[in-house]
Design a protein around this ligand. Structure first.
Ligand code: GLU
Length: 255
C-alpha cells in the first residue's frame, strides 16, 4: 500500500518547541517497520517553525514573517538531521522535498515534483515533505500541512492518508468543552453537517485545526484515497490503521 503520513508539530515537539524524543523515535520505528513490511511511505512533517523556536530559544511562535522564516530555516535542519539519524538506524534513506503552493499550482513544477517523488519511491527512499517556509509568504503558500498532506497523497496516488495530530479524531462536539462529545469512527460522506463540526481547534505552535483536516479529507477522498485522523501520541496506532482496524476517524474514499 502507498501511504502518506502527516505528522503535526504537536506530536513532534513539546510546547517549548523542543523535540518530543519518545514520539519521534516511535514514529520512525513504526514507519521503518511498515516500510520493511513492503509498504511505500511518504512522510509530510511539520515542526520546522516549532523546532526553530526551541533551538533559538524564542519566547513563542513568531508573529513577524522574517523571524518565522528564520525559525523555519533553523528548525528544518534540526528536523531533517533528526529524521536522517533515526531512520539510518533502521537502514532507511530519507529525502527532503520542500514545496510552496506555487509549485503545486504550476503544472510543470508539480509534474517535476511528481516525477521526483515516483523516482525516490522506486529507489526505496522515504521522501519527507514540508512547506518551504523560508520563502512561502501567505500569498504563495499552501498554508498548512493538512492540505499539503492531501496534495501529496493526490500527487502520489496514495491509497491512504493518515493525519497524526493531538486529537483522537472527529467528535460530535468539542470534547474539551462538552463531556457528551463522542468520536465519529467512520465518515462515508463529507456533508455540510460534518463540515459544521470543525470548530477552531489548534495548539500554540501548530497551524491547522479540524477545518484544515476536513478540507484535506475532501481532497483525498475525492481522489480515491482513504483518510484517517488519529492521535500521534502513540505512533504505533499506524499498524492498526494500515490493517483497516477502527482507530480515530476514517473518511472513506469516494471510489
Ligand atoms: N510548515 C510548518 C512547519 O513545518 C507547519 C505547517 C502546519 O503544521 O500546518 O513548521
Amino acid at each position: 500500500m502507498r501511504i502518506v503520513v502527516k505528522v503535526g508539530t504537536s506530536t513532534l515537539a513539546y510546547a517549548t518547541g523542543r523535540l518530543n524524543i519518545r514520539h519521534v523515535e516511535e514514529l520512525v520505528k513504526t514507519l521503518s517497520d511498515l516500510k520493511n513490511a513492503g509498504h511505500e511511505l511518504i512522510l509530510v512533517s511539520s515542526g520546522a517553525i516549532g523546532m526553530g523556536v526551541g533551538k533559538l530559544n524564542l519566547p513563542g511562535k513568531p508573529s513577524d514573517m522574517p523571524t518565522k522564516q528564520a525559525a523555519a530555516a533553523v528548525g528544518q535542519c534540526e528536523l531533517m538531521y533528526t529524521y536522517d539519524r533515526l531512520f539510518s538506524q533502521f537502514n532507511h534513506t530519507v529525502a527532503q522535498l520542500l514545496l510552496t503552493g506555487e509549485d503545486i499550482d504550476h503544472e510543470d513544477r508539480r509534474h517535476n515534483f511528481e516525477n521526483t517523488l515516483r523516482r525516490l519511491l522506486e529507489l526505496g527512499v522515504l521522501p519527507i515533505v514540508n512547506e518551504n517556509d523560508t520563502v512561502a509568504t501567505a500569498e504563495i503558500s499552501v498554508g498548512d500541512n493538512d492540505t499539503l498532506g492531501a496534495v501529496v497523497a493526490c500527487s502520489a496516488q496514495a491509497e491512504l492518508l493518515v493525519l497524526l495530530s493531538d486529537i483522537e479524531g472527529l467528535y460530535t462536539a468539542d470534547p474539551h468543552r462538552n463531556p457528551d462529545a463522542s468520536l465519529i469512527p467512520v465518515v462515508k460522506e463529507i456533508t455540510p453537517e460534518i463540515l459544521s463540526l470543525a470548530g477552531c481547534a489548534g495548539s500554540a505552535l501548530a497551524t491547522g485545526g479540524m477545518t484544515t483536516k476536513l478540507r484535506a479529507a475532501q481532497m483525498a477522498t475525492e481522489k480515491g484515497c482513504d483518510m484517517v485522523i488519529a492521535n500521534g501520541a502513540r505512533p504505533e496506532v499506524l499498524y492498526a490503521i494500515v490493517a483497516g482496524q477502527p482507530v480515530g476517524t476514517r473518511f472513506v474514499a469516494r471510489h
